[in-house]
Design a protein around this ligand. Structure first.
Ligand SMILES: Cc1ncc(COP(=O)(O)O)c(C=O)c1O
Length: 402
């Protein structure tokens, strides 16, 4: 019997680079997280209450934002932001075609019409000239996405919006802690929405928050996030509270709970350390891949402090005989998990029916055909990066055009 050829990709029958699989993401939960959540579980108060208010204060301090409202997801946060700005039927909201579905469904749920714009190649955020092109007299809000851990061209977005009286709601699901020219994302537009979903740089399992500089908007967001009630359950049931409340608007149920906020507070105290772990991984990848003939690295815009929520490479398909999907399947056979961020919105069956077709989005199309999000998480080791790069190089060399 002949020994297996080590250079043969696993998908062709070779020995996988890794015995144990490397997941795309592994959460970083430590003993302090467990202790703080346990303390809350034992406190007698589980839902919106003092721990959530602490988290809001600490988040505001970290971001340098005047007001923060903790909620149960970024998806809910974006919807509430649009409602608080009075966006509704007859309004158009321009957002990136390269985003998660809920950026766009938030617009639909608010009753407005989503308009998709193409991205630009440096930050993978919305292209400013596309915003101009897609603006009509009905445009009420721009919803740029801070993609992958770095700010989009937010300075240019704000210039375009400001000159036209258009509001700015930012989807910063990926970019907690990121900054542009020393200013943190969350302090630029009217309202910013963050995600604390399991894979995010700071996680509460599920959750998110809104930040704004405007007290009036903060009050509206808080009201809408909790049934539109004049004061929430904490002030009604706590010792000094009363049973009485009034419903001022037909609100929603999007509040955060103290159980999850306890995890958030604990994570927030070491979020810079968690991001530093991701930054190391990004540097290890960059050092190994920057001269590769097969992979194009993502760029960091000058002035941006990148928090590396994602590490995206684009395949040089002209040098390979396989496509992106086959490449990902080959990596999976090497026991390496990766992902794709994102399927462009207009390619989903629901949106295809009424949004522009793919020809209108050449940058998104090129990006989507070639992008692979490699594994990146704070506890990933340099040897893990070596494995990922070995597997990538083995696959690329085997399927090279020459
Ligand atoms: C760009 C973007 N926006 C919004 C969301 C929604 O976040 P959440 O799961 O907290 O609702 C996600 C989720 O990953 C996302 O990637």
């Amino acid at each position: 019997m002949t020994a297996p050829n080590k250079q043969l990709p696993a998908i062709e029958g070779g020995v996988p680079v890794r015995k144990e699989s490397l997941p795309f993401y592994r959460p970083s939960v430590d003993e302090t997280d467990v202790e703080l959540v346990t303390k809350t579980l034992r406190s007698g108060w589980l839902t919106l209450g003092p721990v959530t208010f602490d988290l809001e204060r600490e988040l505001a301090r970290y971001l340098g934002a005047a007001h923060v409202i903790a909620v149960n997801s970024c998806s809910a946060a974006m919807f509430l932001a649009l409602k608080a700005l009075g966006v509704g039927p007859g309004d158009e909201v321009v957002t990136s075609a390269m985003t998660f579905t809920s950026t766009v469904t938030a617009i639909i749920h608010a009753g407005a019409t989503p308009v998709l714009a193409d991205i630009e190649n440096e930050t993978f955020g919305v292209a400013p000239d596309e915003l101009v092109k897609r603006t009509t007299p009905k445009t009420r809000v721009f919803m740029p996405v801070h993609f992958g851990g770095q700010a989009c061209r937010i300075d240019e977005v704000l210039d375009i919006a400001g000159g036209r009286g258009i509001g700015v709601v930012e989807d910063a699901a990926h970019s907690f802690g990121a900054s542009f020219d020393g200013q943190k994302v969350g302090t630029f537009g009217d309202i910013t929405a963050f995600s604390f979903y399991a894979t995010k740089n700071l996680t509460t399992g599920e959750g998110g928050c809104l930040s704004t500089a405007y007290e009036e908007l903060a009050d509206k967001l808080r009201l809408l996030s909790y049934h539109g009630m004049s004061h929430g359950s904490w002030s009604r049931y706590a010792d000094r509270g009363s049973w009485y409340y009034e419903v001022d608007v037909p609100g929603y149920k999007c509040n955060m709970s103290d159980m999850l906020s306890a995890l958030g507070l604990s994570q927030l105290r070491r979020v810079d350390q968690l991001t530093a772990g991701r930054r190391d991984v990004a540097q290890w990848f960059a050092a190994r891949l920057e001269d590769s003939p097969y992979f194009e690295l993502s760029r960091v815009r000058s002035g941006n402090d990148h928090t590396w929520h994602l590490f995206v490479v684009r395949l040089r398909l002209d040098r390979l005989t396989i496509d992106r999907d086959q490449f990902i399947r080959a990596l999976a056979a090497e026991n390496i998990g990766c992902s794709v961020h994102f399927i462009p919105i207009y390619r989903h069956p629901y949106f295809r029916a009424y949004l522009d077709d793919s020809e209108s989005y050449p940058v998104c199309e090129d990006y989507f055909s070639r992008c692979v999000s490699l594994p990146i998480f704070p506890s990933m080791q340099e040897s893990d990066v070596d494995d990922v790069v070995s597997a990538m190089n083995r696959i690329a060399a085997y399927y090279s055009v020459s």
